[in-house]
Design a protein around this ligand. Structure first.
Ligand SMILES: [Zn+2]
Length: 189
């Protein structure tokens, strides 16, 4: 995996240490990224905290210069903007965003980008997500309401950082995460 870090060595080291937990390393071993980017800012007006792209290459980007307004909240199920904005520090918010993007990677890495044929496994995974998005009676965050993809990524981040709240607030999403991990053959802590 290539690492593209456009930030200080100290910040790069801190972030790579934060994500180097066994379950993350196991997932990255089974589903390698092509490029992990640690950026000083992202998006027009620095409005993007992270992104994931697939197809030509599997690239996960994290904004290490995210705005002060994007962390420090408390998770209020159903009304917080995102799991990452409920991180209590910039460092924890970056970690939460990384796990959200890792959720996209788990869901989407083998989905056809345009018009290609999806494998049976990728169709099964996408169906689990699509059905749960329709059945959920209330995604854990506002961002998770935007699309089936954000629903999965937010639910996955909540599963890792706010598991009891996810199970209580959105049991459909909780089961979706369990089912997708099982379909992918992945184990998390
Ligand atoms: Zn997302």
């Amino acid at each position: 995996m290539k690492i593209t870090a456009l930030v200080s060595k100290a910040l790069e080291r801190q972030f790579l240490t934060d994500i180097a937990v066994p379950w993350v390393l196991d997932i990255l071993k089974l589903l390698p990224l092509d490029d992990l980017q640690i950026l000083p800012k992202q998006g027009s007006r620095n409005s993007i905290n992270g992104s994931y792209s697939w197809g030509a290459g599997l690239t996960l980007s994290i904004n290490a210069g995210r705005k002060r307004s994007t962390w420090g909240g408390t998770l209020i199920p159903g009304s917080s903007w995102s799991v990452s904005t409920a991180g209590t520090s910039k460092r924890l918010a970056m970690l939460r965003t990384f796990v959200h993007e890792l959720g996209h990677h788990i869901h989407l890495h083998d989905q056809p980008v345009r018009g290609g044929r999806a494998s049976q496994l990728s169709q099964r995974v996408d169906a689990i997500v699509g059905v749960a998005f329709v059945r959920s009676r209330g995604p854990i965050t506002m961002y998770g309401q935007q699309s089936a993809r954000e629903f999965f990524a937010e639910s996955f981040a909540a599963y890792m950082f706010e598991r009891a709240a996810l199970q209580q607030h959105d049991p459909v999403a909780f089961k979706m995460v369990v089912d997708v991990l099982a379909a992918r053959g992945l184990t998390v802590r």
